[in-house]
Each structure stands twice: as structure tokens, then as C-alpha cells.
Design a protein around this ligand. Structure first.
Ligand SMILES: [Zn+2]
Ligand SMILES: [Zn+2]
Length: 253
């Protein structure tokens, strides 16, 4: 399995791109940087996007993707929890923040078709399957287990300490990697707890729930302003399983 890390940052600054993982040329998880990180030719091939939750850093480029591709692509399917789809309609594609591309160019043939997904149900796209699991964030949010014939990879989504995702993982013997969010340094533990994100300290405690021998844990969703501090705190943990994702890299599992 290959995962193209289009964007792995928890905020925007020069060179920083918010969350977007490309699983195949037509399938993505989150759309924070689907335009900022992919050229028009790559954007043109996108057909399905899973949206983990409604926060701006994960949906921002859905607006610009519709702008860029409206005249070229007949439709793109958005897959999300029913609550997330409702929030997208109510607060983003509402003709105030952005045009309602769930009804443009026409209600019968809109650019975006919203599909309600069920948590813990497998959705298949060719050789790849995607299973969403609810995690613990301040809005309804999911992590994902991605699987193909050879391997499975877990993407935590935005979450603080959580339970169900790691329980579901236990059934998978073929997990080759964990992509786990980490947003704030330890000094901002209160903010991390209130916004339901990890710090190095809470992530370290969380490891007992999911870490496996020889399975790498790639960290993403770092808030750019605190990147150096977070890297130093992770280095101090001296855990060889940890590494940081980089924008543009292609992970092979
Ligand atoms: Zn979030
Ligand atoms: Zn986020």
C-alpha cells in the first residue's frame, strides 16, 4: 500500500499544508491541502474523499477543489459521518461561507455528492478498503483503518486519548504502520485537553493501548508554531518507533 502525504501539518504557514492523505490517484482522506499540494492534473483524478470531521484544516480545500474542477469533473463523492455531512451543509456549503456545491451546477447533478457512512463498516475502492472508527475529538470525528491485500495502516484522525479505535485495531494482525496526530507541546496540555488533541505526554501514555513491537508510529498534525518544541519533547522520549511525517512523501507499507 502506498500513502501519499499531501499535507500533514496542524496549521498553515509557508511550506506547511493541512491534513490530506492520498490513498490512490482517485481516493483521499481529508482535503485540507488537496489543492495546495496537488497539481491540476492530480486534482482532476480525485473521485472520492473521506472527511474525518468538519474542522477547517481538514475541509478547507474542498472549497477550492470545486472552483478548480467544476468545469471538468462531473462529480466527487464525499464520505463522512451523517453529523459531519450535516455540518458541512450547514456551515460551509451554505452560499454564505462558500457556494453550495452540493447543489451546483444543478441539484440533480451537483459537484459534490455527500454520502453518509456508518462507523466500523468497510468501504471498498478497488483493492483498497477504508473503515472509519469514531474517535474522541470536540466534534464528531473518525480515525481510519486502511487495508489492501498486503497490509493495514491506521490513521488516528484528530483525537485526544481514545479507546474504540485501538480496540478495533486488535482484530488486525497485518498493521504495518500507525499515523497518529500530535498537536501541542506539553506546556499547552490544558489547551490540548480542552481541544482533544495529543501532547507528547498524553501520547506516551496512549502507547500502552496500541503500540506494537517493530511497527512505526508516524506523527502528524503538528501545530507549526510549536513544531520545534514538540520535536524536542518527542526526541527526549527516545522511542525508535516515532518519526515525523513530511509533506509530499510517499509511504510504502
Ligand atoms: Zn479537529
Ligand atoms: Zn485538525
Amino acid at each position: 500500500m502506498q500513502i501519499h502525504v499531501v499535507g500533514c501539518d496542524g496549521g498553515v504557514a509557508p511550506g506547511k499544508q493541512t491534513t490530506c492523505f492520498q490513498l490512490s490517484e482517485s481516493l483521499c482522506i481529508d482535503a485540507g491541502s488537496v489543492c495546495g499540494g496537488l497539481d491540476f492534473n492530480a486534482q482532476r483524478k480525485i473521485r472520492d474523499i473521506f472527511v474525518s470531521h468538519s474542522h477547517l484544516d481538514h475541509i478547507r480545500d474542498l472549497g477550492f477543489l470545486a472552483d478548480n474542477m467544476l468545469t471538468e469533473t462531473s462529480r466527487i463523492n464525499l464520505h463522512a459521518l451523517p453529523e459531519v455531512n450535516r455540518l458541512l451543509k450547514q456551515h460551509f456549503f451554505n452560499n454564505s461561507i462558500w457556494p453550495d456545491f452540493t447543489r451546483i451546477p444543478s441539484p440533480q447533478n451537483p459537484f459534490y455528492v455527500l454520502h453518509d457512512i456508518e462507523a466500523e463498516t468497510r468501504y471498498r475502492f478497488g483493492e483498497i478498503s477504508v473503515l472509519a472508527v469514531r474517535v474522541d475529538h470536540v466534534v464528531p470525528s473518525t480515525g481510519f483503518i486502511i487495508e489492501d491485500r498486503n497490509s493495514a495502516v491506521v490513521i488516528s484522525g484528530d483525537t485526544g486519548p481514545t479507546t474504540r479505535l485501538w480496540q478495533v485495531c486488535k482484530a488486525y494482525e497485518n498493521i504495518r504502520g500507525f499515523l497518529v496526530e500530535l498537536a501541542f507541546p506539553n506546556a499547552l496540555q490544558e489547551i490540548a485537553d480542552a481541544s482533544k488533541h495529543f501532547t507528547p505526554a498524553t501520547l506516551q501514555k496512549e502507547l500502552a493501548k496500541f503500540a506494537r513491537k517493530d511497527t512505526p508510529i508516524a506523527l502528524y498534525h503538528i501545530k507549526p508554531k510549536f513544531a520545534e518544541q514538540i520535536r524536542a519533547e518527542i526526541a527526549a522520549l527516545d522511542n525508535p518507533a516515532f518519526r515525523f511525517l513530511r509533506n509530499g512523501e510517499r509511504l510504502q507499507f
